[in-house]
Design a protein around this ligand. Structure first.
Ligand code: PGA
Length: 311
C-alpha cells in the first residue's frame, strides 16, 4: 500500500526538524537560519540531513554560495507550512474553548429588552454551562452611560446613541402600542384616531427612557401632542397603574408578554404601533472577549428565530 509507506516516512519527522528546515528554506541560508534560531550551523545542517534521510531525497542544492530548494524540498516546505498553520489554528481554538469554559459575558440592556433577552441568554448559557452572565438593566440614558464608560461587553438598545462610534447589529422589532384598562370604553373599537385619545390621561416613562424618546419623536412627526399626567419610571408600575384605571400609556408590546398583564387592552389606533427595533451594540474600538464574540455569533445564528416579534 503506497499511502501507508508514505505515512511511515513522514511520521518520523519532528516538528523541531521541520521548524529548522523551514527557517533555512525561508532565509535561503543555513547560517542565517542558525542565527535566527540561536543554533550552530552544524546543528542546523545535521537536522536538515536527518530530514533528507527520512524523505530519502536531498532538500537543498548549493549552487555557488546560494541555497536552492529541490522539488522534494519545496513539497516539504508546502507541507510544513500547512502543518504549522493547522497547529496555529488549533492553538487559537483551544484558547477559545478555555475562555468559553469559564468566562463572563457582561451585557447591559434597556428595560424593554429584558423581556426577551432570556430567550437568547438561556440557550447560550445551556451551550456554555461554565459561563457567568452579568446582566444590567436600565433606561436608555443609563445604558448609554455604561456604553460610554466601556463598562460591559455588549448592549441592547432600541435607539443606539448617534454620538458614539459603535457597531449595531439589528435584532428584532420592538413595537410600541397604546394600552388602556380592559374595561375602557374604546377597548375593542377599530381604527381609533389619535384625537379620540389625546386627552388620556397619559402615564409616561421618565426622561432618559428610549420608550419616551420614541413616543416624543412619533408625536412630533405627526404633529400630535401628549401631556403626561404622571411620570412613572417602570414599565411594570405603568401596567399596574393603567390596569387600575389611572390612565392610558404607550409601552413596548413585549412588556405585555410578562406576567401581570391582565386587566389591560391594546387599543387599535391609527398610526400605531410605533415601530422601533432593538440592536445589539458594542463600541467599534472594543476588543471583544472570546465570550462576547461567541455570543455575537450565537445571536447571528439563532437570534431571528428565538426573538420573533409578538403577533
Ligand atoms: P427604556 O427602554 O424605555 O427603558 O429606555 C426602551 C428602549 O429603548 O426600548
Amino acid at each position: 500500500m503506497p499511502s501507508r509507506r508514505r505515512a511511515l516516512h513522514t511520521r518520523q519527522l519532528t516538528f523541531r526538524q521541520l521548524e529548522i528546515f523551514q527557517a533555512v528554506a525561508e532565509a535561503a541560508s543555513f547560517t542565517r537560519a542558525g542565527e535566527a534560531l540561536s543554533l550552530t550551523q552544524s546543528t542546523v545542517s545535521t537536522q536538515v540531513r536527518k530530514l533528507a534521510d527520512v524523505v530519502e531525497a536531498p532538500l537543498f542544492e548549493l549552487i555557488g554560495k546560494r541555497v536552492y530548494l529541490t522539488d522534494t524540498g519545496q513539497a516539504l516546505l508546502d507541507g510544513s507550512r500547512e502543518l504549522f498553520g493547522a497547529l496555529d489554528r488549533l492553538e487559537e481554538r483551544l484558547a477559545e474553548l478555555k475562555g468559553l469554559q469559564r468566562g463572563t459575558l457582561k451585557v447591559a440592556m434597556v428595560t424593554t429588552a429584558k423581556y426577551v433577552a432570556p430567550r437568547l441568554l438561556g440557550p447560550f448559557c445551556a451551550r456554555h454551562p461554565g459561563l457567568d452572565v452579568q446582566l444590567k438593566v436600565g433606561n436608555r440614558q443609563q445604558v448609554i452611560d455604561r456604553l460610554a464608560a466601556n463598562a460591559d461587553d455588549l448592549y441592547v438598545f432600541s435607539h443606539p446613541p448617534q454620538e458614539l462610534d459603535i457597531v449595531a447589529v439589528p435584532l428584532v422589532d420592538n413595537p410600541l402600542v397604546v394600552i388602556a384598562p380592559a374595561a375602557h370604553p374604546l377597548a375593542g373599537r377599530r381604527r381609533l384616531r389619535w384625537r379620540q385619545l389625546q386627552a388620556g390621561p397619559w402615564l409616561m416613562r421618565e426622561a432618559g427612557s428610549g420608550t419616551r424618546l420614541a413616543i416624543e419623536r412619533h408625536m412630533a412627526r405627526h404633529g400630535w401632542s401628549l401631556m403626561p399626567r404622571m411620570v412613572i419610571e417602570s414599565n411594570e408600575a405603568i401596567k399596574q397603574s393603567v390596569a387600575s384605571g389611572l390612565g392610558l400609556s404607550i409601552l413596548s408590546r413585549h412588556t405585555l408578554e410578562a406576567a401581570g398583564s391582565t386587566g389591560l387592552a391594546v387599543l387599535d389606533v391609527q398610526g400605531f404601533p410605533i415601530r422601533t427595533r432593538w440592536s445589539l451594540v458594542h463600541l467599534r474600538e472594543k476588543r471583544l472577549s472570546v465570550v462576547a464574540r461567541a455570543f455575537l455569533d450565537f445571536v447571528n445564528e439563532v437570534g431571528a428565530q428565538v426573538l420573533s416579534p409578538p403577533a
